[in-house]
Design a protein around this ligand. Sequence first.
Ligand SMILES: *[C@@H]1O[C@H](CO)[C@@H](O)[C@H](O)[C@H]1NC(C)=O
Ligand SMILES: *[C@@H]1O[C@H](CO)[C@@H](O)[C@H](O)[C@H]1NC(C)=O
Ligand SMILES: *[C@@H]1O[C@H](CO)[C@@H](O)[C@H](O)[C@H]1NC(C)=O
Ligand SMILES: *[C@@H]1O[C@H](CO)[C@@H](O)[C@H](O)[C@H]1NC(C)=O
Ligand SMILES: *[C@@H]1O[C@H](CO)[C@@H](O)[C@H](O)[C@H]1NC(C)=O
Length: 389
Amino acid sequence: MFAAMIRALVLLLVIISVTSALVVRTKKITGLDDHTVGNVRARMLDFSKKSWELGCATQALLELENSDISVYGDNPFPPGRVLATNSPIVAISRHVLATRPPKMLPLMEDGATGDPASMGIAVLLTGRALNNRTYASAVADQLVFLLAHAPRSHSGAISHRVEEVQLWNDFIYMGPPFIAYMGAIERNYTLLLEAKRQIGLYRDVLRDPRSGLWRHIVLGRWQEPSLWGTGIGWTAAGAVRVLQTIVKSDFAHALHSHLWELYGWTSELLTATWKYQHRNGAFSNHPTRKANYTFHDSSFTALLASATYRFAVQSGNLTLIPRADRAFEYVQSQIKWDGTLQNVVNVTYWNQKGRYSPEGQAFVLLMHSARRDFVEWQNSGKPPLMMGI
Ligand SMILES: *[C@@H]1O[C@H](CO)[C@@H](O)[C@H](O)[C@H]1NC(C)=O
Ligand SMILES: *[C@@H]1O[C@H](CO)[C@@H](O)[C@H](O)[C@H]1NC(C)=O
Ligand SMILES: *[C@@H]1O[C@H](CO)[C@@H](O)[C@H](O)[C@H]1NC(C)=O
Ligand SMILES: *[C@@H]1O[C@H](CO)[C@@H](O)[C@H](O)[C@H]1NC(C)=O
Ligand SMILES: *[C@@H]1O[C@H](CO)[C@@H](O)[C@H](O)[C@H]1NC(C)=O
């Protein structure tokens, strides 16, 4: 009788501990459910029109549903398979080629040098899927434009603008990841090095020594030198993608010291930025400001979280993950029933709130995919990416 009671008690304790372990575990790995992801994705496709929005949307679709052939997957160089021809990445790239004016080097007509280049990877992968060489040749033209036609600063930084030399931190997500990707695909050391070098040249000009954050726009006829949130997010997310691309290329060891330098810049920026997170998990549109055009911006918050999950897999340093998880939960709470992310910055009027944000929709998917891959990496027991480099 007594023994039976003990057995029952032990069993009860086991059940309780297993259940609570499951609860803890579930909380840890719950991301966005499929229904929410589907709605966010649908609104992203509805809203995205501009060159950089389409570039960012296709990158989000790569990481979300073609992660094996994205730079964060196992099989990027050369891509282990082609895209399904019914992927919206293919539809967007077809549209870009169909509307591209003849004899033009960039993929899209634009006052920015970098923004059309953000479509380069999608167009290249589409050409493979359709087995049509026109796509690769358009991408080659885009690369020539960026490297040989776009104006450059005295130090050699590629201008983000076509009409004059002006550096925008947005460029770090638009130009260098494309240049690095071409370097990895074509097994071209010079291009991989150039991608990293551009980030350094931009950093020399844009980094604010006091905060460690990067300014938005300098040089040229006008400036916008504020420490604008989304621009800082573009920088961090672009830097981690270039780091990832170089590590996955054939030249990771040849570029060893450059990789570690880029790693240092990225770590510095992420560490400096997270200091400005609010208690509710959000960042402000201008993270360092107490007043003046400042509001909690779920768009920037999602982008910075995405870069942070990616960087944790690269570095193996989990210090910032609890912060990223709080940011994730904040962003999750800002998604409306139809998938629209709320409380976002207006993507062209940087001091105002927008009713919606095309890029913000993509940032949610980047954050979701990055967290999914982070959790998978953590459960796999694999070493961090930079181990052995
Ligand atoms: C390849 O793509 C280009 C641009 O969309 C198109 O004009 C051309 O007809 C395509 N070629 C073939 C063989 O499908
Ligand atoms: C690498 O790419 C650059 C720029 O496209 C080109 O000029 C150079 O010839 C390439 N190098 C090799 C080894 O293919
Ligand atoms: C881990 O990350 C934190 C936050 O970014 C940083 O302060 C710390 O120096 C890092 N630790 C190591 C060993 O790199
Ligand atoms: C607000 O912005 C204006 C113009 O940039 C500046 O002069 C002022 O000092 C700012 N105020 C605060 C509280 O940051
Ligand atoms: C962004 O601001 C401009 C100017 O105020 C406005 O016309 C536009 O509708 C805004 N966009 C969104 C999505 O709120």
